[in-house]
Design a protein around this ligand. Structure first.
Ligand SMILES: Cc1cc2nc3c(=O)[nH]c(=O)nc-3n(C[C@H](O)[C@H](O)[C@H](O)COP(=O)(O)OP(=O)(O)OC[C@H]3O[C@@H](n4cnc5c(N)ncnc54)[C@H](O)[C@@H]3O)c2cc1C
Length: 468
């Protein structure tokens, strides 16, 4: 991967070669998961690519962040067994067809962080939908009437093929359920949609439940064992480079013009002409990826208009290092939302950075996740750390004191998954111009799976157009 400007691929500064002129590369704008997958798929099909990434590391909203020598991430990311597109790409990139490369698989468990006799919910070892049904029937948080109400509700959703009315919120969907069942399901919706349940789209939450029930292991949790840049985008970039492609870091690019024979790209390091472009930037960055002339094209203008109407939700992660080895009730444990929602055991961060772990004398490492916005947004890092520490102590008075902390607040972590949020779809939006990104999948909220599936879709649309 190069941070330095390189000669433009078609300036003609390479020595003349015999035979047909080399095909012009495709420009991929954005080196997040969507752009990395699009570039990987094109390269694998023999199409040369140049990836422009504005940041200094690949990964976008799912990237490695280095702090005091520790390779933490910009936030805790959880994948699900139902992430079929992501798992397929990871298996291809890491060349491990039968594994979950770079991931550790757990059964879905909702276990309270405080001392308790056991989990509140644990998926049964059964094929879907019996894994969730079995989990509900054994839930320690529910009495028998509540368990049956939860199972009837799940069956009703399945019977309706997980369809819900367009304008309904998740609170509306959960309203008929007993409060104890709502308390179990609402945190799962918040975690999946990163949008408070009083505003979140029930249609999207229901679709996700449908996806989880669609195949064996769909409800499994998959936790990254590699940092988020290494897990997919950097591994994809190595494959792209091995096939003669280029990945340019610190390179902000714009689609300047579309001509009959190519697409003009203006980037930090210079201008060049690509054969086509895939724009895989975040939704709030879309308008900046086009010159005014290109933005005025109907398909491009429509995409910019739709993304302009989206709202955004933050996600805050408080990373904590401890001198002690820690034992959580489960790898991911439930907090009481004041302010942390979930705590994740991230000892793997220390295993990846043994020297830094030793230098800071760290033996335990946690990520505390706070989904969406709230009063915590007004706190500075020190105050938020204080609140999270107090929360852990309130729930488990014997819990040790962190000696290292880092707060990372991503203000635009995801687009707001509210009813009626209309979005453009991945694929061709103008001649030689294609769109990808986590906001372009009509069936998914802003997730890694949506990003990966969109990168695949954009690449396939481009390949299909070439073959025509
Ligand atoms: C803290 C946090 C926690 C999350 N947790 C989860 C989770 O648990 N599970 C899950 O599935 N998803 C989670 N997500 C969502 C997930 O990270 C995103 O949906 C996904 O990473 C989006 O990928 P993308 O490639 O579509 O967009 P981005 O990651 O935004 O990538 C766009 C890239 O384009 C670059 N760029 C922008 N403009 C230009 C330009 N003009 N030229 C060149 N480059 C440009 C940007 O620098 C960026 O790298 C989380 C997100 C955050 C922030």
């Amino acid at each position: 991967m190069s941070a330095e400007p390189r000669p433009s691929p078609d300036r003609g500064d390479a020595p003349a070669a015999r035979g047909p002129p080399p095909a012009r590369p495709v420009a991929v704008l954005g080196g997040g998961w969507a752009g990395a997958v699009a570039a990987y798929r094109l390269s694998a099909s023999g199409i040369p690519v140049v990836v422009h990434e504005a940041g200094s590391v690949l990964g976008g909203r799912a990237r490695r962040v280095e702090r005091s020598g520790l390779a933490i991430d910009n936030g805790q990311h959880l994948l699900m067994g139902a992430y079929g597109a992501t798992l397929a790409v990871l298996r291809g990139i890491h060349q491990q067809p039968d594994a979950d490369p770079g991931l550790r698989r757990f059964r879905l468990v909702v276990a309270p962080f405080e001392r308790s006799p056991g989990p509140l919910l644990e998926a049964a070892r059964l094929p879907p939908p019996w894994d969730l049904v079995g989990g509900m029937l054994r839930s320690r948080a529910l009495d028998w009437n509540e368990r049956l109400a939860a199972v009837r509700w799940l069956r009703g959703l399945a019977k309706s093929r997980y369809a819900r009315p367009d304008g309904e919120t998740v609170d509306g969907l959960l309203a008929p359920l007993p409060p104890s069942v709502r308390r179990l399901l609402a945190p799962l919706s918040l975690a999946a949609l990163n949008t408070p349940t009083e505003r979140a789209s029930s249609a999207m939450f229901a679709r996700i439940l449908g996806r989880l029930a669609a195949g064996r292991g769909g409800t499994d949790f998959l936790l990254p064992l590699l940092d988020l840049s290494e897990l997919l985008p950097e591994a994809a970039a190595r494959r792209v480079e091995a096939r003669g492609g280029e990945v340019r870091l610190r390179s902000t690019a714009q689609v300047a013009a579309i001509r009959d024979d190519g697409v003009d790209i203006v980037a930090t390091e210079g201008q060049w002409t690509a054969s086509a472009a895939i724009v895989a930037v975040g939704p709030h960055q879309l308008e900046g990826a086009f010159s005014p002339g290109v933005a005025a094209l109907p398909g491009v203008g429509r995409a910019i208009g739709l993304t302009g109407a989206l709202g955004y939700e933050p996600t805050t992660t408080v990373w904590l290092g401890f001198r002690e080895r820690l034992r959580l009730p489960a790898h991911i444990a439930r907090l009481d939302d004041r302010p942390g929602h979930w705590v994740v055991d991230r000892h793997d961060v220390l295993e990846r950075s043994p020297e830094a772990a030793q230098a800071h004398a760290l033996r335990g490492f946690l990520a505390i996740v706070i989904s969406a916005g709230g009063p915590h947004d007004d706190l500075d890092a020190k105050s938020l750390f204080g609140e999270v520490h107090a929360q852990l102590r309130r729930l488990r008075p014997e819990f040790p004191t962190p000696v290292w902390s880092q707060v990372i607040a991503e203000r635009r972590a995801t687009w707001s998954c509210v009813p009626g949020a209309t979005r453009p779809e991945a694929g061709r939006i103008a001649d030689r111009l294609y769109l990808a990104g986590d906001y372009t999948d009509p069936g998914l909220p802003a997730t890694l799976e949506a990003a990966v599936a969109s990168g695949e879709r954009a690449a396939r649309a481009l390949i299909g157009d070439r073959e025509r």
